[in-house]
Each structure stands twice: as structure tokens, then as C-alpha cells.
Design a protein around this ligand. Sequence first.
Ligand code: NAP
Length: 273
Amino acid sequence: MTSSASFQPWSLAGRVALVTGAASGIGRGSADLLAWAGADVVLVDVDETGLKETAADLAGHGGRTAEVAADVRSREQVDAAVRRAVDEFGRLDVVANVAGITLPAMRGRIVDTTEDDLDALIAVNVKGVFWGMQAAMRVMEGNGRGGSIVNITSTAIDTPLPGIGVYAMTKAAIVMLTRTGACEGGPAGIRVNAVAPGFVPTSMTAGHARQPDGTIDEEEMEAVNVEMARLSPLARVGTVDDVAQCVLYLASDAARFMTGQILRPNGGVSMPW
Ligand code: NAP
């Protein structure tokens, strides 16, 4: 029987969440949904203007928010963001490591990848998530309650595609970090899971249609979206909310027996066992 009590575990009332990449796309959508579920949310990103827009979006949900301009490549800045959550809101229950970057496909073939591009992807996508996990686990290990860490990987981990090898490699690294974190954090009640989204139109994916002058070719963007939708049995691309729902689930007590797992909101584009 379904009753309102069945939804109680999805509530984040009284909890504090920190979301990186919160100024845009999946990070913004996740922060919004976590706040809607009752959490106070610390918003972390390099994009200060976008952070303010996200904070304005969350204002209607009734919880508290804090904006922290920080670069996840920097261990010191990530540590400071986590400290801010504890200092300002008194606790930290959820950390969603969402910030990530990709490269234009034409620069991404293995033979074409420069050392700068390789380093840039590793710095944000791997080290950024690593610092987020490390800072979160240090706080959560000592709090007597544990917590939930949600890392954003990608459907790129399932299907090798020309041009995104380095991106996929960084996202595969996140899977192993997630599993190891689950093993190490479990005894302290820390759950660590990952979400592997399929194609979701955001400013990141708009990069596929970015012109040399920086503008987006809307027709080309639409063609990419149609092409990506064709890969899904549901014949559509994803939305930010499709992914945020998975983040909320993993963040909440509804997922209390889930750790070391990968959720795949990808429209069936890949279906691993
Ligand atoms: P997005 O709209 O570009 O959002 C990413 C946010 O992260 C931006 O606000 C970006 O700021 C910020 N960011 C980048 N580097 C950062 C750094 N060093 N420190 C702090 N913040 C930083 O992209 P998205 O599509 O929402 O992607 C979010 C995550 O989902 C990424 O990890 C991505 O790999 C993953 N993902 C996306 C898709 C998709 O189809 N969209 C699919 C699978 C996985 P700037 O804009 O200023 O750089």
C-alpha cells in the first residue's frame, strides 16, 4: 500500500547538501530538487553569475542556501567549501560532485589530444571529484551519522566512441572512485554512488554546435539532439530533471541500502547487466 509515509524517506528536511557545478545544467537542477526536498544547499561553482541565478531559483523552496565560488581543481577551495557548509549550517549530509567538463569532439581523438587538454579533463573530472569525496568523507566519518555522496559520471563509460576517449576515461575513473569510496565509507554509514546520465542538452552539450566566434549554431544543435534521441528506445534525449531525480533518490534515505552503485538515466541508450 502506498501512503504518504512511503515518501517520507525521500525527504531531506533538516539535511544539508553541497552541490558542485551548481551554476548550470545538471548541477543547478540537482540543487533545485534537493532544496525542494527540504535540504539547505551549499552551491559551489566557478561561475559566480550562474550561482546567483541558481540561488534565486531555490529561494522559493524555503530552505537556506549559500553560494561558494570555488574551483574543484583546488583541494584547498573544495575543503573551504565543505567547511563553509559545516560552519554555516552545522552539518553536512549530502555531497553531489557534479562539476565536469568535456572537449569538442574534433579535439578529442586520442591521436589529436594535447597534453593541456588531457590535464584539463583529469584536473576537473577526476581530481575535482576526488577532492569533493575526500573532504566529504572526512566530515561524514566523524559525525556519527555518515552521509551520501553522489558522483556524476556518464553513459560514456559504457560505450566507446571516437572523440570522447579522454572524457570517458575520466568518467570511468569516477566509477572506481565511487566503488572504493563505498567500501571505505560504508562502516561509517557513508554511501557513495554514481549517476551516469545519457545525453542531456545543457551548455556543455551546446559545445557540440559552438562556432569559432563562440556562438551556438541552433540548427546544428537541434540536429545533434535529434541524432542523440535516435539512440534511445524512448526516442528522446534526457532532461536535467531526469538526472536530478536520480541524485535526489541516492541522496535520500530511500536509497539507504544502495552503495557503490551506478544509476543510468540514459533512455536505454546503454543497458549493461
Ligand atoms: P554544464 O551545464 O556545463 O555545467 C557544469 C558546471 O560546472 C558549469 O557551471 C561549469 O562552470 C562548472 N565547472 C566547470 N569546471 C569547474 C571547476 N573547475 N570548478 C567548479 N565548477 C566548474 O554541464 P552539465 O551538462 O550540467 O554537466 C554536469 C555534469 O554532468 C558533468 O560532470 C558532465 O560530465 C556530466 N554529464 C553531462 C551529460 C550531458 O549530456 N549534459 C551527460 C553525462 C554526464 P563553467 O560553465 O563556467 O565552466
